[in-house]
Write a protein of this length. Structure first.
Length: 77
């Protein structure tokens, strides 16, 4: 199961989870990355294979996002 929602929801969820960042302050995302597109605003589609990490431990990004805003969707890649 994937997720679709806006950039603010994505950033807030990663920050609240304490997700790891690179040297430039960007969140570390592994596997299938989120895809940005212009819809009602700047929206992101996050496929099920997208992962983030906390303290080096990888976790499913779509599962994290499903607990907040946005919407769960089936993503075909």
């Amino acid at each position: 199961m994937g997720w679709i929602g806006n950039n603010d929801e994505l950033q807030r969820a990663l920050q609240a989870a304490g997700a790891d960042r690179d040297e430039e302050g960007r969140f570390l995302i592994y596997g299938n990355p989120p895809v940005s597109f212009l819809g009602m605003g700047e929206e992101y589609v996050v496929p099920d294979g997208a992962m983030y990490s906390v303290g080096g431990e990888k976790k499913n990004l779509a599962e994290l996002l499903a607990t907040g805003g946005g919407m769960k969707v089936h993503v075909i890649t």
